[in-house]
Design a protein around this ligand. Structure first.
Ligand code: SAM
Length: 286
């Protein structure tokens, strides 16, 4: 009897009105949860920009799968690298010390969260690069994670180097000088600085801005410099990114960041890799 009435109302002119409370609960529930997360963040976080968050386990798997495919490495190995960074007490101690003992304490949360720096760590572990170019240093958290990746991989300074560039001259607070020869810090526009480079780039990390003109210029500067088998990561999977990968024959994937417990929904990131010449691919590992 009851369900006959429900069916009658459902397929009548009253349908929209009758369903309003249920539809409001469905739609506004997500808004209320989001508002709750924003309020919690306003009350507890100190961050202004370049927010830190952990990725959900699925978020870690999303990026690990992409790196596993492009790097032709077993997924288990990539997952193990993620655990390696999380167990790295030296990495965490530097973060805690710098955040406690510098001006960072006013704009940085004391809790170390492994979102984007973990991705860069995995990229370095997979790429085993000679030269990394990072566009956008900020505090240097990803740079520091990449240094640790080179160290864990047993790749000494001299064999491997990270060039990191920022427009602002007061960044890199989490870094210790040149990190024993691993890091070269540059100030200026990342497009211009990349154009001045005359060595092949094995891993390019694009983390400046998603501005379309900048991104096109940045990728155009990268094109003649990306090494065979080289990797490209962008915090933004945009039309210029895809066009660049298509034009230059890179294998390209997108993955969604999945921040845990943060109101920021995460970005859709792009990850791409150049093909190795056939002879190299036959003789070399990833
Ligand atoms: C999202 S933050 C970088 C975060 C850093 N890679 C990390 O993982 O911690 C972006 C940085 O890019 C810098 N930036 C913006 N536009 C730039 C440009 N055209 N050239 C160089 N740096 C730029 C900003 O000053 C800012 O510090």
């Amino acid at each position: 009897m009851g369900s006959r009435w429900v069916t009658r109302i459902k397929y009548s002119p009253l349908s929209r009105l009758a369903a309003l409370p249920m539809r409001a609960r469905l739609g506004l529930g997500a808004t209320a949860r989001h508002a709750g997360a924003v309020l919690r963040w306003l009350a507890t976080s100190r961050e202004w920009a370049n927010f830190s968050y952990d990725l959900t386990p699925q978020g870690v798997d999303a990026v690990a799968c992409a790196i596993s495919v492009l790097g032709e490495r077993p997924l288990e190995e990539v997952r193990a690298w993620a655990d390696e960074l999380k167990r790295d007490a030296v990495f965490a101690a530097r973060y805690a010390g710098r955040v406690r003992g510098s001006r960072l304490r006013h704009i940085t949360d004391p809790e170390l969260r492994y979102g984007r720096c973990l991705v860069r760590y995995l990229l370095v572990r997979a790429a085993e690069p000679r030269l990394v170019f990072e566009a956008g240093t900020d505090r240097g958290l990803s740079t520091w994670a990449m240094v640790r990746a080179l160290q864990h991989a047993g790749l000494p300074p001299g064999r491997s180097c990270i060039v990191t560039v920022d427009l602002a001259d007061d960044r890199g607070e989490l870094l210790d000088g040149d990190e024993g020869g691993y890091v070269q810090r540059l100030v200026g526009d990342s497009v211009q600085r990349l154009c001045e480079l005359d060595a092949p780039v094995d891993l390019f990390v694009h983390d400046t801005t998603s501005d379309e003109a900048h991104m096109r210029a940045q990728l155009a500067a990268l094109a003649p410099r990306l090494a065979p088998g080289g990797w490209l990561h962008s915090a933004w999977f945009t039309a210029p990114f895809v066009e660049h990968c298509q034009r230059h024959g890179l294998r390209v994937l997108q993955y969604a960041e999945q921040p845990q417990g943060h109101w920021y929904p995460g970005s859709r990131c792009g990850i791409a890799r150049a093909y190795l010449p056939a002879a190299d691919a036959a003789t070399l590992g990833p």
